[in-house]
Design a protein around this ligand. Structure first.
Ligand SMILES: Cc1ncc(COP(=O)(O)O)c(C=O)c1O
Length: 388
């Protein structure tokens, strides 16, 4: 079983802070922004109203219904209660989807770089991870569709996509999603569509592969409240997909955790009602941080980064710095930068096994958990380090 190595950088950063140093936390996809007060109030009300016992393993019907409507409306798909199984966060959908669908020896197409838990759980459940690549064009990342198609064999049963993408912040244009949908239909593939960052965006609209004809029937959406509502520690999310698979996933819930936190589920109904308007202050804060982070990074000699329209990550190209300092990879860069400046970020290697011959070096910086002042001070130190 693998791990989420951002927690390894967190461990190093903590050690560094315990030794009395200042740390600039760009390493983890978590918030220093509180959950909206309305949602906290709703949770307190639910506790006061006695929603403190077990509830249905599939989730309370009121929340399943509210989510079916909200997620369905934003994606133009007709979802009902039986399409939604509530989970303790987004992550549990990954393992439960694989248990429900994947047979040992199946090949699973998986984004690389990508969220490391896909690969960890595919391998743990005796499947085979088949990575597919991205290529950069003027700071934006796109799928290498030819490479992805060439990687399909008769054993390929599943495509995992993560749109909008951690760590590159890539977002598939309509044509790319159409091409992916065609590939899935032609090759009879199931899809895990990780949509953790669907609502975290600064302009435009997110798109889901489930919206394309014939796709909702073969797609399970990983939904989470964590990033949308700044509530990573509450642990509420959902698996959303065809009723047959949802029944199996519900059965896994009974065996795994009995139910997701009961009173938190009641509060999520309020979160959905509050929606975009309630979340605007969160998005506005992230927007300012994104602009600041990108502006400073792009002014550092040897670094370039695109300005993403969604997620709270940036994925700068640091090839010139890695080569100038004679490092073998970005793990060496990350460790040295932390020791010398206190700036903590994640190297590319922490996002799944790299493809052979990747031409450039990248790192991921997250800006959801760092103040504007720390962005300025941290990146000023990073500039000195890079330009010395
Ligand atoms: C792409 C992606 N999927 C899933 C998750 C897991 O979300 P949750 O914290 O709700 O389990 C994360 C968290 O960082 C993520 O980045």
């Amino acid at each position: 079983m693998g791990t989420e190595s951002a927690f390894e950088v967190a461990r190093q950063a903590n050690e560094w802070a315990m030794a009395g140093n200042r740390v600039f936390p760009f390493h983890i996809g978590d918030f220093n922004i509180p959950t909206p007060g309305r949602v906290v109030d709703a949770m307190n009300r639910a506790i006061a109203n006695g929603k403190t016992g077990y509830c249905q393993p599939q989730g309370i019907p009121q929340l399943r219904q509210a989510l079916a409507q909200d997620v369905g409306q934003l994606r133009d798909v007709d979802y009902a209660t039986e399409n939604v199984i509530i989970q303790p966060g987004g992550k549990p959908t990954i393992g439960k989807f694989l248990l429900a669908i994947m047979e040992p020896g199946d090949e699973v197409l998986c984004p690389s770089p990508g969220f490391p838990i896909y690969e960890s759980l595919i391998e743990f459940n005796e499947g085979k991870t088949v990575p597919y690549a991205f290529h950069e064009d003027e700071g934006q990342f796109f799928l290498d569709l030819d490479q992805l198609k060439a990687a399909i064999t008769p054993k390929t049963t599943i495509l995992i996509i993560n749109n909008n993408h951690n760590p590159t912040a890539a977002e598939s244009p309509t044509s790319e999603l159409e091409a992916l949908a065609e590939i899935c239909l032609e090759n009879d593939l199931w899809v895990l569509s990780d949509e953790a960052y669907f609502e975290t965006r600064y302009k435009g609209q997110s798109q889901s592969i489930a919206s394309f004809p014939g796709m909702a029937e073969r797609t399970v959406i990983l939904y989470t409240f964590s990033k949308r509502f700044a509530m990573t520690g509450w642990r509420v999310g959902a698996s959303i997909g065809p009723p047959g698979i949802m029944e199996i996933i519900g059965q896994l819930n009974v065996n795994d955790e009995s139910c997701t936190n009961h009173f938190a589920q009641w509060a999520m109904i309020d979160a959905i009602e509050g929606g975009e308007e309630m979340c605007k202050p969160i998005i506005d804060k992230l927007h300012v941080r994104r602009d600041l982070t990108c502006e400073i990074l792009n002014s550092i000699k040897g670094i370039s980064v695109g300005v993403p329209a969604s997620t709270f990550y940036v994925y700068p190209d640091v090839t010139e710095i890695v080569e100038k300092l004679d490092f073998n990879d970005t793990i060496e860069l990350q460790e040295d930068v932390l020791q010398k400046t206190g700036v903590a970020f994640c190297p590319r290697a922490y996002f799944g096994t790299p493809l052979p011959d990747e031409p450039r070096h990248y790192v991921r910086l997250a800006y959801a958990g760092i103040s504007q002042l720390d962005i300025r001070d941290g990146l000023a130190r990073f500039r000195e380090y890079c330009e010395a």
